[in-house]
Design a protein around this ligand. Structure first.
Ligand SMILES: *Cc1c(COP(=O)(O)O)cnc(C)c1O
Length: 452
């Protein structure tokens, strides 16, 4: 076609069989919009190159437009990076029962705020609280939207316009814009920095507590980096003892908040929630979707007197957890209560997967693909925990002509695959690939090998 007059009208396109399918599937208004926009594009392009595409091509473009407009941008991907709690890839995958609980809560009504015994209004806070009390032997617990919100709530409700003592070595940035000093400022609490970047002594705490009335002593886990060399920090139990002598509560922002001892798996020791509690901390805050292995949530456990103040604060309402989170979190906590967390929670299954198992999976992949070699490699925990710590793994290593282009091809698969390049080879770590995704992974790699 060379002449714009040959261009079909919106109405003529609407009369085609294809367009009636679009109308049935996407609705009339969206279909009309897509046709209009496509025709307008053709017209404006005509001004430049004096060419009009064939009708079939125009129809093809309308169809692509409709697909683009109705595709969710949030989509599942395969994590072959070997970073277990990958924040950019959505952190912890949920256990089977957590997914079932989430599904059941999403599908219909729940007793979220309804007391089935009395038939009267109940509280959404009771569901996870009962489980956390049983699991951690704490007086009280509160679940909010995420851990950043949990820390903000604690500081706002307990220390607004008052002094909060914290060591300089803990004024950290966690990532995603979470900076401990900024969160403190946001809460209206006044920061009282003590000690130096590398060393803090018990007497620093004592002096600060003597100098002025203090609302809280805070400790924040450094999470994503380490301080080595000439360093010192008092034991948590010493800090809580001194603070309590002054009648000041201690709050510990643990970040990952592991319930298991990570050193059991050849890793360093990540601070545990149980250790903070036995160290006398009054409130511990941690994430639901880091080492706990559940949905996004901020969990606060500890003193019932302080938790009661948090629950009453208006901010608590603004950052409350939703029913889907509470359903999935409850199911995750039940795994710990039943002592089956290591085998049921994906994050812990990944951390504890033996290299021999990973190696046989990789060999199976290679056999199916007919290409690639097994290679020694390292997985990491991620999620701002255990910086610098690695777990030995076995990788699938592929030699391709352009590794970075191949990575991009993998990302453009129907089920996107995220992997990495190591020494000019594209590598896939089976540790973070869910076993039920093996088929999709192999089909994706196969497809990318054809296309790139
Ligand atoms: C990750 C982290 C947070 C933020 O937790 P989210 O659940 O991501 O909001 C806060 N404090 C520390 C120490 C962390 O490691």
């Amino acid at each position: 076609m060379v002449d714009l007059r040959a261009l079909p009208s919106v109405d003529r396109i609407l009369q085609t069989g294809l367009a009636s399918e679009w109308v049935a599937f996407y609705g009339h208004p969206l279909t009309v919009d897509a046709i209009r926009i496509t025709l307008a594009e053709v017209r404006s392009k005509y001004k430049e190159d004096r060419k009009v595409p064939e009708v079939n091509e125009i129809l093809e473009r309308v169809s692509e437009q409709l697909t683009r407009w109705t595709a969710a941008s949030l989509t599942p991907v395969i994590n072959a990076t070997g970073v277990i709690i990958h924040t950019n890839l959505g952190r912890a995958p949920l256990s089977k029962s957590s997914i079932e609980a989430l599904h059941a809560a999403a599908q219909g009504y729940t007793n979220l705020e309804f007391d089935l015994d009395t038939g009267k209004r109940g509280s959404r806070l009771v569901h996870a609280e009962a489980l956390l009390k049983r699991l951690l032997d704490v007086e009280a617990a509160l679940v909010v939207n995420n851990n950043a919100a949990a820390v903000l709530l604690v500081l706002t409700a307990l220390a607004k316009r008052r002094a909060v003592v914290i060591a300089r070595s803990q004024l950290v940035e966690i990532g995603g814009g979470f900076r401990v000093p900024d969160v403190m400022k946001q809460s209206g609490a006044r920061l009282v920095e003590i000690g130096t970047t590398n060393r803090i002594h018990l007497t620093d705490y004592e002096k600060a507590l003597q100098e002025e009335p203090v609302a809280l002593v805070m400790r924040a886990h450094r999470s994503n980096f380490r301080i080595v060399g000439f360093t010192s920090e008092p034991e948590l139990s010493e800090i809580t003892e001194v603070s309590h002598q002054f009648g000041v509560p201690v709050v510990d922002d643990l970040g990952s908040g592991s319930l298991f001892d990570t050193s059991r798996f050849g890793l360093g020791h990540e601070p545990m929630v149980q250790e903070s509690l036995s160290g006398g901390v009054d409130l511990v805050c941690f994430s639901g979707d880091k080492l706990l292995g559940g949905p996004q949530a901020g969990i606060i456990v500890g003193s019932s007197e302080l938790v009661a103040k948090l629950k009453k604060h208006p901010l608590a309402r603004a950052i409350r957890a939703d029913k889907l989170c509470l359903a999935a979190l409850s199911a995750t906590l039940i795994h710990y209560i039943k002592d089956e967390a290591l085998s049921e929670i994906p994050v812990w299954r990944m951390i504890s997967a033996p290299v021999t198992d990973l190696k046989s999976r990789v060999c199976g992949w290679i056999e199916r693909l007919g290409i690639g070699e097994p290679a020694d490699g390292l997985s990491t925990v991620g999620g701002g925990s255990l910086p610098g710590e690695t777990i030995p793994s076995c990788l699938l290593s592929l030699k391709v002509s352009s590794p970075n282009r191949f990575l991009s091809c993998l990302r453009s698969c129907e089920f996107p695959i995220i992997s990495r390049v190591e020494e000019d080879r594209v590598v896939f770590d089976p540790r973070t690939v869910l076993p039920e995704q093996d088929e999709i992974l192999l089909a994706g790699i196969h497809d990318a090998l054809q296309r790139c």
